[in-house]
Design a binder for this molecule. Structure first.
Ligand SMILES: Cc1ncc(C[n+]2csc(CCOP(=O)(O)OP(=O)(O)O)c2C)c(N)n1
Length: 326
């Protein structure tokens, strides 16, 4: 694990942010099973350290774009739990007025350009945000989160090329979680994803995506490069998707595509459990302090569910003008 001189408060903040994502998604797993949510839900459980480590380096004027698995990025970047929950429930009080749903959460006021159901879609959007930052000289940095499957889309090559040539303040964060839908990464991906930066001379790093501090430090280096005008960085974060590609997949898959031992091996390297141990072992908090945070996150989720359940569905005949982002 990476060394750190983080204060107790900083450690607990990172912990809280990861736990918020976990608690929200455990709730969504339950909701999906019970049929409370319209549409597909792709959970981020096991990958929280990536979103939190990176987004803790950013502020509201920095941009992120993410993927179909985007709840974690939204929350880590400061999106509100109740607005996310209402959106996933398809309600008019959701962050996109219930019109986006799980795969399209966005909040421009927090620099969240949007999750994206098009695999690789966020890569080009982020590059555009990086160009805007350079042209306006507003000091913002743009981050694209995407999966190992998305790394095989041609758009990554285009984005690495132009963002490096123009020295755009962009950070490309590939979350290699071992799968692209039901295909193990090594059956569809040649070579190392991080090496795709090399032909363009783009800065690149790999990082343990289950170690929030290591991710934080890696993102700090990338942000510094971007802010100094030294251009983009490609980060490949190694992590694991603990749940299925999509909730409900068991209802349509005829056979397992991974064995339980593999899952258990990664669950034993769960980013939140590892971080809890690290905090307690270092004497930075007691287990009781972590339980207080856990209860607070559960209360936040319960409040968000109540808010969503009480909220109306959107009016399909309503005036679309009012649903534009502000
Ligand atoms: C352009 C495009 N092609 C195919 C799909 C179908 N699809 C949805 S998710 C997915 C796998 C994406 O894998 P990865 O990028 O590794 O992300 P992960 O699901 O592992 O987070 C695919 C192929 C899509 N949504 N968009």
């Amino acid at each position: 694990m990476a060394d750190t001189n983080f204060s107790n408060d900083q450690m607990l903040k990172l912990y809280e942010s990861m736990l918020r994502i976990r608690k929200v998604e455990e709730q969504l797993a339950k909701d999906s099973k019970e049929g409370n949510i319209p549409g597909a839900v792709h959970l981020y459980i096991g990958q929280e350290a990536v979103a939190v480590g990176v987004c803790s380096q950013l502020n509201d004027k920095d941009w992120i774009a993410s993927t179909h698995r985007g709840h974690g990025h939204f929350l880590a970047k400061g999106g509100e739990t109740r607005l996310l929950m209402a959106e996933v429930y398809g309600r008019d009080t959701g962050i996109c007025r219930g019109r986006g749903g799980s795969m399209h959460v966005a909040d421009f006021s927090k620099g969240i350009i949007g999750a994206n159901g098009i695999v690789g879609g966020g890569i080009s959007i982020t590059t555009g945000a990086g160009l805007a930052s350079k042209l306006t000289n507003d000091g913002s940095v743009a981050v694209a989160f995407f999966g190992d499957g998305a790394a095989n889309q041609g758009v990554l090559a285009e984005a690495l090329n132009i963002s490096t040539l123009w020295q755009l303040p962009v950070i490309f964060v590939c979350e290699n979680n071992g799968f692209s839908e039901f295909s193990p990464t090594n059956t569809v991906t040649a070579g190392n994803i991080v090496d795709r930066a090399k032909p363009y001379g783009t800065a690149c790093e790999t990082v343990d995506g289950n170690d929030v501090i290591a991710v934080w430090q890696c993102a700090e280096r990338a942000k510094l490069r971007a802010s100094r005008g030294d251009g983009p960085t490609l980060i490949e974060a190694h992590t694991y998707r603990q749940r299925g590609h999509v909730e409900a997949e068991a209802s349509f898959l005829s056979k397992n595509y991974r064995d339980s031992q593999e899952i258990e091996g990664w669950v034993s390297k769960d980013p939140i459990t590892l971080f809890e141990k690290r905090i307690v072992d270092a004497g930075q908090a007691k287990i009781e302090d972590l339980q207080v945070i856990s209860r607070a996150m559960e209360a936040e989720v319960n409040e968000a569910v109540e808010f969503a359940e009480k909220s109306p569905y959107p009016d399909p005949g309503g005036n679309e003008q009012q649903y534009m982002f502000t």
